[in-house]
Design a binder for this molecule. Sequence first.
Ligand SMILES: *Cc1c(COP(=O)(O)O)cnc(C)c1O
Length: 437
Amino acid sequence: MTDAEVLAFDRAHLWHPYASPVNPPPVFLAERSAGTQIVLPDGTELTDAVSSWWCAAHGHNHPHIVEAIHRQSRTLSHVMFGGFTHRPAVELTQRLIAMTPEGLDSVFLADSGSISVEVATKMAVQYQRATGHPGRCRMLALRGGYHGDTVGAMALSDPEGMHTLFAGLIPHHFFADQPSIAVDGTWNEAAFDSIRTLVEAHTDEIAAMICEPVFQAANAMWFYHPMFLRRMRELCDEHGLLLIFDEIASGFYRTGPRWAHTRAGVAPDILCIGKALTGGHLTLAATVTTSRVAHGIAGGTPGAFMHGPTYMGNPLACAAGIASLDLFAASDYEEKARGIETQLRAGLAPLAARENVAAVRVLGAVGILELRRPPRAEDVRAVILEHGVWLRPFSNIAYTMPPLITPPETVQKIIGALDAVSALPPGPPLPTDGFHE
Ligand SMILES: *Cc1c(COP(=O)(O)O)cnc(C)c1O
């Protein structure tokens, strides 16, 4: 097949994320990738400014991770996790326990971020039922949040998004206001009223509270005050609710510290991690909880936790995860994120003066331009090709979340591309139905 034939076949038969199945926007044909670069068949190189949806923390095709997958594939590529275990799963779990907050020592390996969220909610519901609260089977989530695309995870994400489209399908949860105070803003207790009021009115219906700590990513691209997390912890303890932190986007140093929630000095009962866990090499996520939750579930009926995906604990993915954690341990990633942060702050701040820029936000290795009106897709594509920088703006947000190993000159190149996007003429107004990926 020629490159053109590959693209034509793709267009006719393959569905892409958030795209029309019959009239999709154009895609690039990726031939190979290494480090920060994605290479097209004609040799065009695109710097991956979004870490391939935030997972390629160490850069693409990292030799240490690739070698670990090769090595593992020679002995055990897969075995069902029902009735078997294996060294890669055990070693990965040891490492995860050592790097998550004290007390989180019970691990469910899931095959994607969304599944880890589904698992977290099922843990919470089974726990409440097993400990005498069968009525507590709904969740409290935050407006502006995102927890995945499967039905259960979608139902926890911002209700302005896909909820209207799938209204008849999804379970209904409680939604508190989006945390209104910015990460560096001045704390004000009144900002917590929305969460407190909902919990007090529905204590006996709520199993757990879920949020993306500090960094609301895919839906809002918003950094909020860590005091919200502190208050959530207190409120959950007061009422016997579990607290779930979804660090699938914010984990592994993305906002600076290894876990964003450590800014608040509190720990969750359940922690979801994914994305950068394998450094973007294979799909793997984990739901990590406490022995209190594990024992609670085990003490109920049926005693077993009722979830078990076919590819649970896949050895290749676990080997990739171990190798990725080796890399995180081998150098100071917090320092790398801080370096990118300093550069993004300096480079993006001047863009706030642009007519089409409503706000500039930077935290750790995340740089966000909130635009008044998104530019046309074809104009963005021209910027991508001209600058050799892969960006994927969504809604009115243009942003970068580069691999954490991105060197300063490459970060500068990404800033140049964002500068060019901010200078593009605004496109037509956004549709008002909430769907504009
Ligand atoms: C990406 C993401 C998910 C979903 O992960 P998938 O691997 O895409 O299923 C869930 N929560 C957050 C915060 C995410 O950023």
